[in-house]
Ligand binder design. Structure first.
Ligand SMILES: *Cc1c(COP(=O)(O)O)cnc(C)c1O
Length: 397
């Protein structure tokens, strides 16, 4: 076994391979350029086109494109009526936005622990966190695997809670044969460049509920409407509109919507390749005793956004930091998803206690995300596995 690059050996990759990246083809470029030559740079036909495609993909009745995934989460909390004193249950093992969205509305995120095998929020811990202040659950399809949707649906129905699904990772995933996006009360998507489909920046919410849809639309554009039925008095003329709620300017541009629309045409192709890469990684890592791979529930037909290896650190001489640094030196684009949200100073200042979600905290110490994206080649993948094996061998007890 050759020496680690960290200590002067030859790295596995000459040029660093990122952990995720977008795939843009000529059709994407053409779609954006066409918008630039057209009459509408915003509020144009590309918004409707991409929303219609999202409805078709998810089976949802309504889709609302919005500036980014964080704005989408903010919109869901607004539409759910979250306000001061309300509690919103979510997972700590997520990007900060899944919890911040409750804070934006004056609510308080409450962190429920994860299932240590699937890494998704545990429905039993959701139920344990419910108080008379609980209004909603933001359940994150972590890495792309669907949460236990049926159990969360039942809990939300039992306690009268709004079920928000953070599907930033899980576009294309199915639960019990049904696509994510049509199952929760509202589902949020992100189109950041590391996600399965991109708009540069972008997000969306899907819902089957007409009332929630109306609130989401208002929220995207200042709370302003031109729809007569929504106004409290007759229109004064062709110029007339009313601001009937407090919203923001969270609109997506038509350039972004055109890019997204073109990317959505490739979703099946993106999904198939991601599934193939995940299957291959699983097969190659399963026999390695120092590594645990993420377990999947049988209901989830997953389009994975992230691939995570869990280190069985008790079998290694080095901890996660040593392995992470060594992989980075080998040229592997590694990352950690995520630092538990309540570890951050902002949450500590708000009074959140360390130790409240032991499964998430323990997992955080042991995980590393490795490259997973549509355009990575089989050779790239073999080299990632070679680098992981090289580093694990070195640190093996
Ligand atoms: C990416 C992401 C979001 C939204 O991110 P934006 O960058 O605002 O689009 C929300 N939740 C999770 C879990 C994410 O990974």
């Amino acid at each position: 076994m050759s020496e680690l690059a960290l200590f002067g050996g030859k790295p596995v990759f000459d040029k660093k391979l990122g952990y995720g990246r977008q795939y843009i083809d000529d059709a994407d470029i053409e779609a954006v350029v066409d918008v630039l030559k057209s009459d509408f740079l915003t509020c144009g036909p590309k918004i409707d086109e991409a929303e219609a495609k999202l409805c078709k993909i998810t089976g949802a009745k309504h889709a609302v494109l919005i500036a980014n995934g964080t704005a989408a989460l903010h919109a869901t909390c607004f539409a759910a009526g979250i306000g001061p004193g309300d509690e919103v249950i979510t997972t700590p093992l997520t990007f900060a936005a899944s919890a911040n969205c409750a804070l934006y509305c004056g609510g308080r995120p409450v962190f429920a622990d994860i299932n240590p095998e699937t890494y998704n929020i545990n429905p039993d811990s959701i139920e344990n966190c419910i108080t008379d202040k609980t209004k909603a659950v933001v359940a994150v399809d972590f890495t792309g695997q669907a949460v236990e949707i049926q159990r969360i649906r039942d809990i939300c129905d039992k306690y009268g809670l709004i079920f928000i699904e953070d599907a930033a990772h899980s576009l294309g995933t199915k639960y019990d044969g049904k696509p994510v996006g049509s199952l929760a009360d509202m589902t949020e998507f992100s189109f950041h460049p590391v996600k399965t489909c991109t708009a540069g920046e972008g997000g969306a919410i899907t819902t089957n509920d007409d009332e929630l849809y109306k609130k989401l639309l208002l929220f995207r554009t200042h709370g302003i409407t031109r729809i007569q039925d929504w106004m409290d008095k007759p229109s004064e003329g062709g110029w007339y509109y009313q601001q009937i709620d407090l919203g923001y300017n969270y609109r997506m541009t038509d350039m972004q919507a055109a890019l997204l629309s073109s990317q959505l045409n490739k979703l099946d192709m993106f999904a198939a390749r991601r599934k193939e890469l995940v299957k291959c990684y699983d097969e190659m890592f399963n026999p390695i005793p120092e590594i645990t791979v993420q377990k999947e529930i049988p209901q989830s037909d997953t389009v994975r956004h992230l691939y995570i290896i869990q280190l069985n650190t008790e079998m290694l001489k080095g901890g996660r930091k040593e392995v992470f640094d060594a992989l980075q030196a080998e040229g592997v684009g590694v990352n950690v998803h995520y630092i538990p949200a309540y570890f951050f100073p902002h949450y500590q200042k708000l009074g959140y206690k360390m130790g409240s979600c032991p499964n998430a905290e323990k997992l955080y110490e042991r995980i590393i995300s490795i490259p997973l994206f549509y355009s990575m080649t089989n050779e790239d993948q073999n080299k990632v596995v070679e680098a992981v094996k090289k580093v694990i061998c070195y640190y093996r007890k």
